[in-house]
Design a binder for this molecule. Sequence first.
Ligand SMILES: [Zn+2]
Length: 325
Amino acid sequence: MTINRRHLLQALAAAPVAAATLPAAANASAQASAIASAPSAFHRFKIGEATVTALLDGHLPLGTQLIPDFDADKASSALKGTLYQFKDSSLQVPVNGYLVEHGGTYTLVDTGGTPQMSPALGGLHSALAAAGVTPEQISTVVMTHLHPDHTGGLLLPDGSAAFANAELVVSEVEWGFWHDDAILAGVPKGSQGFFHAARMSVAPYKDRLKLIKGEAEAAPGLTAVPLPGHTPGHTGFMLDGGSESLLIWGDLVHMTALQFTYPDWTITFDTDAQQTATTRRQMMDRAVVDNLLVTGMHLDFPGLGQVKRAGEGYRYQAAPWQFGQ
Ligand SMILES: [Zn+2]
């Protein structure tokens, strides 16, 4: 796979959350205040025999300046008739993690961010507690990619592993990218924080790490679906619940309000913009044809729905709130 370094550098240079977001720099008071302000929201639903709990970590403002192809008229036409609103030229997007209970085992897919990255992040652990599950009960933590709004919850404020008994599962491509010293050396100094943050957040798990390739089984009931572009090893996971399936697609979409309508609108965090757009269209086409249930880390919380075709793009059809088990 060709890694487009120019785009990577652009992404890192434009990132509003850079070196200062290192998880190991966490301190107890910041953590405590963030937990106090973060909602403890969760939503549990069944996928066949499996149970999925959407955990809200918090939210992030994503500014329109992050979209190179942004067009104000097109954006207002996408938002027309909806309740989405820009606030200071930004859309507020959620950061979600997903707990999967399958055959008596707990797997967590992504871990949210940290209050150091944004004061409105870092609520995943309190959401997990509110859902009645302890970190020790989780036997596998599966990562869609190693950006800090996904890896932040891997560590406790003292830098140790937050999931004492969990195996960590990461795509081999993703792991290799963030641990490549040659790539790191080519990144501007002020933007190397993404690499340091990725490395630090996974370091305590090195002795219980599973690297996966292609469409491998990642955890009980979860099969990897490579979705490269946003990062080189960006990966979704298909949950097989027997009678029903759910695709947990990671960051295939960052802005529900805009990127279904304009699937070619990438953001500066995308390592390879062209590949990101191609992957998004391919995956959305497959979701339409296969009538897939989908969820994702930045889809409107709790993020359970389907993709429908609309015009030259798509639209998101959210499922109603799921009551009971
Ligand atoms: Zn993300």
